[in-house]
Design a protein around this ligand. Structure first.
Ligand SMILES: [Zn+2]
Length: 173
């Protein structure tokens, strides 16, 4: 079976009324910000969207996106595979007033003049949010993991003389 491609945008009200479900893939080459933030993206992105009307008659949607990416380990500088798993719930809104009246459980998202929300942008934003602030291998997989668990990072920094200090001293003389 051929995989469906994720549409760029959908009419969120109509989709909610129809209880639309989308299981689709998103071409990785379209996510320029995720490309910039990683060494590589391992595959196209698996996505799932479910549009619904909740008990308060609010049009909402839930979604998931997942993909493996390659990042640089900040401990050993070698590449590492990181699995991005995003889950989200949004309520499309038209203006600030609607946004302010939303229950806390929903993330507001503005729809455009045609009533559409941009699914590609949501997937990319959500995947970027899953990236770790500082990427590191698991200790057992890291080239320097054993080193770190033997000597604490702080201790290591204190004991190692800073070559720039010596240089600064020379310059002062
Ligand atoms: Zn590492």
């Amino acid at each position: 079976m051929q995989k469906v491609k994720l549409p760029i945008s959908v009419d969120s009200v109509r989709a909610a009324n129809n209880r639309l479900e989308i299981l689709a893939s998103l071409d990785k080459s379209l996510l320029s910000r995720l490309i910039e933030s990683t060494i590589s993206i391992q595959s196209d992105i698996d996505t799932y969207f479910a549009f619904d009307v909740d008990q308060q008659k609010l049009k909402i949607f839930n979604g998931k996106a997942s993909v493996a990416v390659e990042l640089t380990c900040q401990r050993c500088n070698e590449p590492m595979i990181y699995q991005c798993e995003a889950e989200f719930t949004y309520c499309p809104v038209l203006n600030k007033e609607q946004e302010n009246n939303l229950p806390d459980v929903y993330e507001p998202i503005y729809y455009d003049e045609n009533g559409e929300v941009n699914l590609h942008q949501i997937v990319e934003d959500e995947l970027l949010l899953t990236l770790p602030q500082i990427a590191k291998h698991a200790i057992e997989d890291c080239k320097y993991g054993e080193y770190e668990s033997t000597f604490g990072e702080i201790e290591e920094e204190q004991e190692r003389p800073n070559p720039f200090d010596a240089l600064a001293q020379l310059k002062l003389k």
